[in-house]
Design a protein around this ligand. Sequence first.
Ligand SMILES: C[S@@+](CC[C@H](N)C(=O)[O-])C[C@H]1O[C@@H](n2cnc3c(N)ncnc32)[C@H](O)[C@@H]1O
Length: 284
Amino acid sequence: MQKLDRKLSGKDPAEIPDPVYDRIRQILKTLAGFQLHGYKNACIKRRISARIRSVGCASAREYQEFLLQNRSEPAELVKTLTIHVSKFFRNPTTFSMLRDEVLPALFSRCIEEGRESLDIRSLGCASGEEPYTMAMILRDSFTQEMTRVPVSINATDIDPEVLRVAAEASYDQDRMDETPAAIRERFFTWQGNSYRLVPEIRNMVSFHYHDMLRPTPLEACDLILCRNVLIYFERGHQEALLKRFAESLRSGGFLVLGKTETLLGEVRDRYQTLCPVERIYRKK
Ligand SMILES: C[S@@+](CC[C@H](N)C(=O)[O-])C[C@H]1O[C@@H](n2cnc3c(N)ncnc32)[C@H](O)[C@@H]1O
């Protein structure tokens, strides 16, 4: 019926006029500490419109009031805006290349240089599937190497709710589709209606809140996984972030982007492409 009304009036009730959009941005910043600056406007507006429809508001202006009056709504809207789709072993061929080429190269380099740790970052880690996948690969295939060079895996996200889920480490079946059976049997226990990661893997990853759009420098590291996050940012911010990644990666370190993301701007000169299909780049 709503769709029919929209067709007749020619206007989508969830369409967001600019002044209302600006007000929603301010409210989110004040009540949820979430800044929309840096995200692609079209993408954000689409998601706010979806939220307007799902809570049943008749207009964007009505939703603006709803956002102010309902204490839980700012956090709910942040959840809608920060898409959290992820899986263990998402894009399995990327993880195969990390296991077969990237990690051996990094361990060799650390051993040659007498380094005390190999540092991995997962930025925009959602509920932990990506950094935990790295931890399982390390535990499964690099036990020997880790006795010589300890590995630290530091994972960050902007959404406190997904970080809470990551710390809990219980997952539904849909997150497990790509996980090899042997890995699932070794590192998960079935707890009635979900898969729980064993402490041996949970303890390998530390999770922290971090907003990538804030221009704070990143600590030095050897491998950055930042997959399926840059796509949501405006081009200028994507370029600035890629530059910060190049600054924090040690020489010979690797950057992994999502399958639809790529290096942009001047920063391209600072990397060699290891594999264009898997979006794996090596810092020169
Ligand atoms: C689509 S998920 C990607 C998860 C994982 N990297 C993967 O590829 O499976 C995008 C994640 O980026 C996070 N994110 C969005 N904006 C962010 C920001 N400004 N700083 C840090 N994380 C952000 C979201 O909360 C979400 O968990």
